[in-house]
Design a protein around this ligand. Sequence first.
Ligand code: ZN
Length: 67
Amino acid sequence: MKNLKKICFICGKEKSGGIILKDKLICESCEKKIVNLEPGNDFYEYYKNKIRAIYKGSSDYRKRMGE
Ligand SMILES: [Zn+2]
């Protein structure tokens, strides 16, 4: 039996469960953190940017960040 473990895209920890966004894993605890975060929280921007990076595609995102 295969027990596939992946590294969470946000916290960097090895997790066996969670959600997959565009082939990136977000573990359950990070998902809960994101859901419960309020705008203005330092981590809110951090997580938001991480997720935005997944959706936008890294090359386009990096170009924007470099400007
Ligand atoms: Zn995580």
